[in-house]
Design a protein. Structure first.
Lengths: 209, 209
DNA sequence: TGTACATCAGTGAACGCGCGTTCACTGATGTAC
DNA sequence: TGTACATCAGTGAACGCGCGTTCACTGATGTAC
């Protein structure tokens, strides 16, 4: 998807196919340039091999285009968090989900930046609610935390504070580490994996009896 | 510092005074508009009551101007973290510093965004090192953690992992919560103070024996 | 089987905008003689 | 005490840029009769 100087015109019913190519190009541009600013309507159009006005046949405006890119990313993060589940072992699941979360963020820093570190006006209002849905990454963590609390292995004060507080705790931990790594990649961090394991370890010790 | 349509020309030795006014205006603009993009050379010049080229007499370019704004903010955050110290009680100090940190971030969200959530190229290279200096907010936290570890009240595995890992743990916690609040102010968060206390509580439980 | 026509995908040119930055300048201020 | 002059703070006009978006259009594609 790097340079496409010209592009064959789509046949009658095949217009929507360009829509996907636009999203792919926008995402590729984001990854390649590692800069949200580089994802302009014009740059996306050029990458796809089309003129700028064509974009508007498929997306209302730039905000909606970027929003769609976000939606895909949120879906992919959720997929990875789900894939990390260890059936029947909520504590192992929580640790694995934490690892998956940090990995996603460090492997896709610009996605992560847009998703969790940008100004929220970048995306339509609906998105704030979607973020906390049952199927979102955070929603899956809440489910896991709920199982941990129900397993009887959590400290009483954590149970009392409720699953939302406990989930926020976990989220703050993994997001905190992830976003520091994303925002300041050049600081002299200690070994990433060791840091992640230590963080998960301490976080679980704070939650479990 | 809101609108200054015209401005008296400074006397001979008083040029450097405009420099401070420019910084104040840039910061006020940042706070008022809550958007980094709104802080343009032209907007700052207008706020100060001066033409754009004047800025270049005091700052090499836009990056250096924004960098100076950052330096001030880092200094102020460090001051607040220092002010939170409780002499002779490193554990109480750690909790108080965590509270001060989160408060700073939520009260100055746009500063916080620039300092810890933006793209790092915004600031000269020297800044990465300065960030971890003894006198920085993080440097103060490292000091406090060092005292906690030395006090004999920390868990052996935390002592073994070292003060840097333990400090990162604390930083990831408070930064994680702060940056979520800053990035997603419109999500239905539970009560902020209760969340902060719970977070500090659990974090300390993970560290102390 | 042939033709008129509606639809659809995409184009080319232009709009107005705000931006960072440069350049040659102006005119007040202080200093040296 | 008066005057020539260097310095300093700031100006006015312009540069080139890339941007999001709009508008009237073109020409291929499929469909109806």
């Amino acid at each position: 998807l790097t340079p496409a100087q010209q592009r064959a015109r789509a046949r009658r019913g095949e217009g929507p196919q360009l829509r996907e190519e636009i999203l792919d190009a926008a995402e590729a541009l984001l990854v390649r340039t590692a800069s949200e600013d580089a994802v302009s309507i014009r740059a996306v159009a050029e990458a796809v091999g089309v003129t700028p006005p064509s974009i508007y046949r498929h997306f209302e405006d730039k905000t909606h285009l970027l929003f769609e890119v976000c939606v895909r990313s949120f879906g992919r993060l959720a997929d990875e968090v789900v894939a990390a589940e260890v059936p029947g072992d909520p504590i192992a699941t929580l640790a694995a989900q934490a690892r998956a979360y940090v990995r996603f963020g460090t492997e896709h820093p610009e996605h992560y930046r847009i998703m969790f570190m940008g100004n929220q006006e970048l995306t339509p209002a609906q998105y704030a609610e979607e973020l906390l849905t049952e199927n979102s990454a955070f929603g899956r963590v809440v489910s896991t935390v709920r199982e941990v609390l129900a397993s009887g292995r959590a400290r009483p004060e954590v149970v009392e504070a409720g699953e939302l507080q406990a989930s926020l705790l976990v989220w703050a931990n993994v997001h905190g580490l992830t976003s520091l790594l994303v925002a300041k990649p050049n600081l002299p961090w200690p070994d990433r994996d060791a840091t992640v394991e230590h963080l998960i370890d301490r976080c679980l010790h704070g939650i479990l009896r």
